[in-house]
Design a protein around this ligand. Structure first.
Ligand code: ATP
Ligand code: MG
Length: 403
């Protein structure tokens, strides 16, 4: 489907209010819906969960499985353009939708992001232009390939090729015996073994690309993970050596362009200790959607990552966003809803919101569970030092470890 401009607030050829659809009803879908509605679009969400965060705030909520033909037909009937909020949406479902409606990002780009083997091949191809390689790796799909793994990849991390997230589907291995046991444990599914790298830092870059090839970006985000889940993102000029930051932005744009990508794309990088002052940049993985590390854009930039997703799929101009305030984002996991003795509690939002420059975003999830993403706190300030200081105060109030 070729896309035409979907002007905010207008009606479609079918006489309906212009409607943007999203596959998936999680928090990313919810924040996308908020941005779309702020611009006057109607929204439709497809998610089987009646209590899904996005479904509850959307004009329409289609409650079927992602591959359900009737559900997909309803979504197409309702919507003038469709996006996705999670990468494990079945690629065939996106292809079905794309036959009748503009879909951004496209099924082919999502299929690459769903599969580490394809993703690594893309990164290797793009490294010729960007100079940024993935970690040394081997693909393991057969016992022969397992046996042929070079010793240089150990110690390493065995990662399933599909369906991994937040550190799930990964096993750290030191010896060949451990590697074989780990592949047994993962059920002999296709995997990649990556060399364990000495990380100095992790960062990500979010770009948005339009169908005509225009590409804009947000500044480089410095990310701290705890237990395999994003915990803190810091965004201000001094967060990374400038030369590395520039290289990361350029690499993300090469990847988006190689994929003919339309929409918001996040690319994650490692900074690895290679003996140099800055360290070396390594590309880790990508997410074909807005990303947790980009949530600060809601309060610290002239446009949020969700606004840009709306613009990209509606064929509206993508203008380069500007970060107007140094920012820190704290992820709010379900753990905060439990006291030390295991009893449930409400975090002290009143004390957090008494701190200047704090912006609370909760996703409307009814049940807190440990490790579950319940919301995030954006902290903005006039200077990086102030943003950090306020964020550390918020950590103390909430019982989060300092960073
Ligand atoms: P996400 O939720 O970001 O999709 P994921 O489960 O797909 O995560 P990765 O991002 O590949 O997994 O890895 C999770 C974390 O494990 C990384 O953020 C990093 O801290 C660590 N890690 C992954 N690969 C390596 C490596 N090759 N060397 C060192 N550390 C690594
Ligand atoms: Mg990751």
């Amino acid at each position: 489907m070729t896309s035409k401009t979907l002007l905010p607030g207008s009606t479609s050829d079918r006489g309906q209010q212009l409607t943007l659809g999203v596959m998936g009803g999680g928090q990313l879908g919810r924040m996308f819906v908020h941005s779309a509605q702020a611009m006057g679009y109607f929204t439709a969400v497809l998610d089987p969960d009646p209590a899904s965060p996005a479904g509850r705030v959307s004009h329409y909520h289609i409650q079927t499985a992602y591959g359900d033909e009737q559900g997909l037909a309803q979504l197409m009937q309702r919507c003038d353009a469709i996006t996705t909020e999670f990468e494990n949406v079945p690629a065939p479902a996106l292809m079905t939708l794309a036959a009748h409606r503009p879909v951004a990002p496209g099924a082919n780009a999502v299929a690459v992001a769903q599969d580490r083997v394809k993703e690594k091949a893309l990164f290797v191809a793009c490294a010729a232009d960007s100079g940024v390689n993935p970690a040394p790796y081997a693909t393991i799909t057969t016992p022969e390939l397992l046996a042929a793994v070079p010793a240089s990849l150990l110690p390493g991390i065995l990662k399933t090729s599909t369906l991994g997230y937040d550190g799930k589907g990964q096993v750290r291995v030191t010896t060949r015996d451990e590697l074989a046991a780990a592949w047994d444990q993962l059920g002999h599914v296709p995997c990649v073994l990556e060399q364990m790298l000495p990380l100095v830092a992790e960062c990500s870059v979010i770009v948005a690309r339009s169908a005509d090839g225009a590409c804009v970006h947000f500044p480089v985000q410095r990310n701290l993970h705890r237990d395999g889940i994003l915990s803190v993102t810091e965004i201000y000029e001094e967060n990374m050596p400038p030369a590395l930051a520039e290289k990361a932005v350029a690499a993300a744009k090469f990847i988006a362009s190689d994929l003919h990508y339309v929409g918001v794309l996040c690319v994650e990088f490692f900074v690895v200790d290679d003996g140099s002052a800055d360290g070396a940049l390594v590309v880790n993985e990508m997410a074909p959607r807005p990303h947790n590390s980009g949530h600060y854009t809601q309060n610290a930039c002239t446009l949020s990552q969700f606004d840009l997703q709306v613009r990209a799929m509606a064929g509206l101009p993508l203008v380069q966003p500007r970060q107007h305030s140094p920012a820190v984002m704290l992820n709010l996991l379900g753990d905060l809803w439990f006291a030390a003795d295991g009893s449930e509690r409400s975090p002290a939002w009143d004390a957090v919101l008494a701190l200047p420059g704090t912006h609370l975003h909760l996703y409307g999830k009814l049940q807190a569970r440990r490790g579950r993403k319940m919301g995030h706190l954006n902290i903005t300030a006039a200077t990086a030092a102030e943003a950090r200081a306020t964020a550390l105060q918020a950590c103390e109030v909430l019982g989060l470890p300092p960073f």
